[in-house]
Write a protein that binds this ligand. Structure first.
Ligand SMILES: C[S@@+](CC[C@H](N)C(=O)[O-])C[C@H]1O[C@@H](n2cnc3c(N)ncnc32)[C@H](O)[C@@H]1O
Length: 218
């Protein structure tokens, strides 16, 4: 199958899928709890996709949350055992499926649904969440962790480059953190004033942002 030619065709028709300004979008976004830019379709760049592809192996079963026009999911399907691509916007994913047509790979399962509602299929080892403005990281984190998923590849928490979150790693209690922390809820920060720019980041299960506490460490 010539995925490269499909990707070219998807890229050429990107603009027709930027449907965040069509009539009814605001109601749709509200119904699906898509706040700020969450519901906007805007594909990422080659660098980001390559970073994701380097982080998966042939044994992985991948859940691509907010899969857009499937351009990453198609690449992933060439590399891993199976991909579940979940995209909430029917205009985005519908037109992409028209382009793909009869060339849909058998190991790519495409679902038009809200990823917050969609039951995580058994055996998912890696989830991909390329949604810089995602307000629901904590919800995804908890659901993926409970489903036994190992890793979450995302740009939602650091708001910049790609991050690999080990979902099953033990989390340190926030009270013990003296430096940089990253929380399952999506918040990141520094507890204390001594942390250097390159000090390691401690994973915590809760923090002042999600537990409603005041900063416990000064
Ligand atoms: C920034 S775009 C990225 C698209 C794709 N991941 C890429 O990199 O090309 C985010 C996509 O996530 C979708 N999305 C946002 N919230 C979602 C949700 N709760 N469930 C499923 N899809 C969602 C949007 O409709 C949009 O297409």
């Amino acid at each position: 199958m010539h995925v490269e030619s499909l990707l070219e065709r998807l890229e050429i028709s990107t603009e027709m899928r930027r449907c965040q300004f069509v009539e009814g979008f605001d109601d749709f976004a509200a119904r699906h709890d898509l706040t700020d830019w969450e519901g906007w379709f805007s594909p990422y760049d080659e660098e980001t996709y390559s970073a994701v592809l380097e982080l998966v192996t042939g044994d992985d079963v991948v859940l691509d949350l907010g899969a857009g026009d499937l351009r990453l999911a198609l690449r992933l399907a060439q590399r891993v055992q199976r991909v579940y691509a979940v995209e909430v916007n029917p205009l985005v994913v519908g037109s992409a499926l028209e382009v793909i047509g009869m060339r849909l790979p058998r190991n790519l399962h495409v679902v038009c649904a809200n990823g917050l509602d969609y039951p995580i299929p058994p055996g998912v080892t890696v989830a991909v969440l390329l949604m810089r403005h995602c307000q629901h990281l904590g919800t995804y984190f908890d659901r993926l962790q409970a489903a036994g998923c190992q890793r979450l590849l995302t740009n939602a928490r650091w708001k910049s480059g790609m991050e690999v979150i080990d979902l099953q790693a033990e989390r340190v209690s926030f009270d013990r953190v003296r430096g940089w922390y990253a929380c399952r809820c999506g918040a990141v920060g520094c507890a204390g004033s001594d942390a250097g720019a390159t000090d390691p980041v401690i994973e915590v299960a809760s923090c002042p942002a999600c537990s409603g506490q005041k900063h416990l460490v000064t």
